[in-house]
Design a protein around this ligand. Structure first.
Ligand SMILES: O=P(O)(O)OC[C@H]1O[C@](O)(CO)[C@@H](O)[C@@H]1O
Length: 246
């Protein structure tokens, strides 16, 4: 694992955006795994700005989002379809046919999961996976206790996650109980992984992810088993043993 402690959330975002930008410039037909949540928001802003000012193109790229709530319409402001549309898809030239987000309203959710997994394989797998980190160690919506062997599946959100995400909804009751998520086995097959975490609330999870045992009770610990993972954190999310890098 390469751990980079940045001076601020802004620098975490700048570095993440640089990695995505270099990737698509070197390999225009890159397959990206994309994350939602509060943390990557500034990275998406910077990528949109880079597209506008420097013309970095995503026309040949493909993207797969990590997850989506079950039961939210894609025009619901808290759906991840809506998030991606607002923050990234509407601002760059990634073709609509090449943007994949799980359908949380599919009549057969099991089939939707199998299909999603197959589409990722058909595109040759994910080249660069962007991840956020839940305070309880989740990546995507893979909650503690999820088998490392799982592919895309329907998951039950824990109360901790529903509480953490309630800030985006009117209240916690409105946060869906279920979501579709790429599995840990889907994520770990990505060729390169970049995880972003910022803020003091994430420090414990960051420490456990990097130094704790590899265990299904802390999903992000699986990243220790991957050969090309970069962890981008700000000072607040870091802990004493990590030396600061420029
Ligand atoms: O960046 P945030 O908002 O702290 O979220 C962390 C993680 O939690 C989720 O929002 C799911 O709860 C993920 O999408 C994200 O990676």
């Amino acid at each position: 694992m390469k751990v980079i402690v940045c001076s601020s959330y802004e620098m975490v975002s700048v570095k993440a955006a640089q990695i995505v930008r270099s990737h698509v410039r070197e390999k225009p037909d890159s397959v990206f795994g994309l994350a939602t949540g509060g943390t990557p928001l500034r990275m998406y802003d910077l990528l949109a700005e880079d597209h506008r000012l420097n013309g970095t193109s995503y026309q040949k790229a493909v993207s797969f989002n990590l997850d989506e709530y079950v039961g939210l319409n894609r025009s619901h402001p808290n759906s991840y379809h809506y998030y991606m549309q607002s923050h990234f898809f509407s601002k760059v030239d990634l073709l609509p046919a090449n943007r994949f987000v799980p359908d949380g309203l599919a009549s057969d959710l099991q089939e939707e999961c199998e299909q999603y997994e197959k589409q990722i394989k058909d595109e040759g797998g994910i080249d660069l996976q962007i991840l956020g980190l839940g305070e309880n160690g989740h990546i995507g919506f893979n909650e503690p206790g999820t088998s490392f062997k799982k592919g895309t599946h329907v998951t039950t959100l824990t109360n901790d996650t529903r509480k953490a995400n309630a800030r985006f909804f009117k209240n916690q009751r409105e946060v869906p109980h279920y979501a579709i998520t790429m599995g840990l086995n889907t994520i770990i097959q990505a060729k390169k992984i970049v995880l972003l975490a910022a803020g003091r609330k994430k420090a414990k999870a960051v420490k456990r992810m990097i130094t704790g045992p590899v265990t299904e009770s802390f999903p992000a610990s699986i990243l220790q088993t991957h050969s090309d993972v970069t962890i981008l954190i700000d000072k607040e999310a870091s802990f004493e043993n990590i030396k600061e890098e420029k």
